[in-house]
Ligand binder design. Structure first.
Ligand code: ZN
Length: 97
């Protein structure tokens, strides 16, 4: 506990983040952070039942963000709706912080 989530890198939302858990096995339970707004999932990692900290840290690790930024920057505003374009701009703003 005590680990703070960073906002979703895809939609910028912080309020809809939840912890998902798989079935316990010997190493613990596969645990991940996911976004209820856009269905983005963080990487899953084994966590003990009462500590989702490693999954939160994996979610917060933004090394992958550069890849996502590269992809978002290839989106052509003439090829998508205004809503999509605005969402892309919001996501870039979060990612580039
Ligand atoms: Zn999201």
């Amino acid at each position: 506990m005590g680990d703070d989530f960073k906002p979703c890198p895809f939609c910028g939302e912080l309020s809809g983040l939840e912890i998902g858990r798989g079935t316990n096995d010997r190493e613990g339970a596969p645990t991940w952070v996911y976004c209820t707004h856009c269905a983005a999932h963080g990487p899953w990692v084994y966590c003990s039942e009462d500590d989702a900290g490693p999954a939160v840290r994996a979610w917060n690790d933004r090394d992958q963000a550069k890849e996502v930024i590269g992809h978002l920057k290839t989106i052509d505003p003439k090829q998508c709706s205004m809503d999509t374009w605005n969402a892309v701009q919001d996501a870039l703003e979060v990612l580039e912080q």
